[in-house]
Write a protein that binds this ligand. Structure first.
Ligand SMILES: [Zn+2]
Ligand SMILES: [Zn+2]
Length: 435
C-alpha cells in the first residue's frame, strides 16, 4: 500500500468530509484553505493524485475527482493520466465522460469507511451494519455451513478481515486470547474417506469427531502446538465448526499429524473469547460430594424454599487450565433437604445415613449440566436445577445405558420449576447435553 504524507492525510480527511457532508465538489482554492496548511493550491494536484492511488489500491473510486478547477469546472491536469498509470480501462470514454462516471462512482460507493479506517480517522462515515451472526460456536449443534470469510466474521467481527488480516485464504490464521495463541484452520475433511487438499494433503476425521488425522507426501512439516479452531469442509457447501483441536505431538511425525479435540465450544460473544475446554461433569460432582462429606449439621438454609426467580450467572473460575462455573455447597444442601433426602427417581431406592450429620445419604446432581452454563443467561447453580439422587442413579445418569429414561422422568418433574428460575429448556436440548 502506498503511504500518504502528512499533508496528503489532511487532504484526504477533507475530501472524506465532502462525502460526509454531501458536497458534490470542492475547488483547489477552497481545499487549500480547509487543510489550513501553508500550501500553494497549485501544488495540491500531485498530493491528491497520491490519494487516488491509495483509493484504487483499497478498491475505491478515485477521490481526487472531487476537486475541480474553479474556472474550467474540471479536475486538474493530473487526473486523467491516473487511469493509464494504474492501468484502469477507460473503454474509449472521453475525459468528460470519465470525470462524470468517476463522480457517479464516488456517490454510489458505500465503502469510504475503508479509507477512513486506513488513515485512522474518525469521521463517522456509514459502515455496513454488523452481521447478526451467532458468536457462540458449538460443534455439537446444527450450524449452517458458512464460507470461510463468514467464519472469520463470526469470530472476529466484520472489521477484523479488512483491518488486520488479509491472508486468511491461506487456510489458517492465528490469534491471541489471554496470552494464549490460537489458530484457525480450514481443512477439507473426509469421514472415513479421502478428501485431498490442493497441496495433496489428506485430512480425515474419526467417526466420533474427536481425532483428525492429516498426512501428505511432500512439503512435510511439524504441526502447530497451538489450540486450533477447526472449520472443516465436507463436500462443497462451505465450512462448519468442528471444535478446538490440539496436535498430538507425541504421536505426530512430519508426514503424519494427529490432532485431538479439547473443546466443542468457542464463545465469541464476549470481548475476550472463551474456549470451553471439556469439563468432566462427574468429576466436578465428586468435588462437591467430597465437600458435603465433612458437613457436621447438613442443615438447609433457614426457611429455605425455592427462590422462583432467575439468578445471575456466576463468574467463571480458573481451575488449572480450565475455566469452570463454581458450585455452591449450601445450594446443594438446600436442594437435598428440599427433596427430603430421598432419590428423586424413586423414593424407595436404598440409602443409608451420613456418618456426621446422620441425614440419609443422597448426592446432588445438576440436571442441566453446569458445563452448559454458557447457553443460559441465568445461573444453573440454583436449587431448582439440583436433584437428589441415590449413588446408583447418579452413576446411572452419568455412565449408564438407558440414562435417557431417567433424564426424561426428571425433566418432566422439574420443567416448571426450572422455568421459574429462568432455565428454559426443551427435553430434546437437555438430552443432547448428555451425549
Ligand atoms: Zn451428576
Ligand atoms: Zn435412585
Amino acid at each position: 500500500m502506498i503511504q500518504l504524507n502528512k499533508i496528503e492525510k489532511k487532504l484526504a480527511e477533507q475530501l472524506l468530509l465532502t462525502i460526509y457532508n454531501n458536497e458534490s465538489y470542492v475547488t483547489f482554492k477552497e481545499l487549500a484553505k480547509r487543510v489550513n496548511i501553508e500550501i500553494r493550491h497549485r501544488q495540491i494536484g500531485k498530493h491528491i493524485a497520491q490519494i487516488s492511488i491509495l483509493c484504487h489500491e483499497l478498491g475505491l473510486p478515485l477521490l481526487s475527482a472531487k476537486v475541480r478547477n474553479q474556472s474550467t469546472k474540471m479536475p486538474g491536469m493530473g487526473f486523467y493520466p491516473l487511469y493509464e498509470m494504474m492501468g484502469i480501462p477507460t473503454n474509449g470514454k472521453t475525459e468528460q465522460e470519465l470525470y462524470k462516471s468517476e463522480l457517479q462512482a464516488i456517490r454510489n460507493c458505500k465503502e469510504w469507511y475503508k479509507l477512513e479506517d486506513y488513515l485512522g480517522l474518525d469521521i463517522g462515515l456509514p459502515r455496513p451494519t454488523p452481521r447478526q451472526s451467532p458468536k457462540l460456536l458449538d460443534a455439537r449443534r446444527p450450524y449452517p455451513y458458512a464460507k470461510s470469510v463468514d467464519v472469520l466474521n463470526i469470530c472476529f467481527g466484520e472489521e477484523y478481515l479488512g483491518k488486520h488480516y488479509d491472508g486468511w485464504m491461506m487456510g489458517a490464521l492465528n490469534f491471541e486470547v489471554n496470552d494464549t495463541e490460537y489458530g484457525v484452520w480450514f481443512p477439507k475433511l473426509a469421514i472415513n474417506g479421502k478428501a485431498a487438499s490442493k497441496s495433496g494433503w489428506i485430512n480425515t476425521i474419526s467417526d466420533d469427531g474427536m481425532i483428525i488425522e492429516e498426512y501428505g507426501s511432500d512439503d512435510v512439516f511439524v504441526p502447530s502446538e497451538e489450540p486450533t479452531m477447526v472449520f472443516a469442509k465436507q463436500g462443497n457447501d462451505g465450512y462448519r465448526f468442528k471444535g478446538v483441536f490440539v496436535a498430538d505431538m507425541e504421536r505426530s511425525t512430519e508426514e503424519h499429524h494427529y490432532y485431538y479435540k479439547i473443546a466443542d465450544v468457542a464463545d465469541f460473544r464476549t470481548s475476550v473469547p472463551v474456549i470451553h475446554r471439556f469439563d468432566d461433569e462427574r468429576e466436578s460432582d465428586d468435588k462437591l460430594i467430597a465437600e458435603l462429606r465433612d458437613e457436621e449439621t447438613f442443615a438447609p438454609a433457614n426457611g429455605f424454599v425455592y427462590n422462583g426467580k432467575p439468578v445471575p450467572v456466576p463468574e467463571l473460575k480458573q481451575i488449572q487450565e480450565r475455566k469452570i462455573y463454581p458450585r455452591n455447597k449450601q445450594k446443594a444442601i438446600n436442594a437435598l433437604a428440599h427433596a427430603g433426602y430421598v432419590c428423586e427417581i424413586d423414593s424407595k431406592h436404598f440409602t443409608f445415613n451420613r456418618k456426621r450429620s446422620g441425614v440419609p445419604y443422597t448426592e446432588p446432581h445438576h440436571l442441566v449440566p453446569m458445563a452448559e452454563q454458557y447457553h443460559f443467561d441465568t445461573s444453573l447453580d440454583v436449587e431448582e436445577n439440583i436433584v437428589s439422587l441415590c449413588s446408583t442413579c447418579h452413576n446411572h445418569i452419568h455412565y449408564g445405558e438407558g440414562a435417557e429414561e431417567l433424564l426424561k422422568q426428571l425433566y418432566k418433574a422439574r420443567k416448571k420449576v426450572l422455568a421459574s428460575a429462568g432455565i428454559v429448556i426443551t427435553e430434546e436440548e437437555l438430552l443432547s447435553y448428555y451425549k
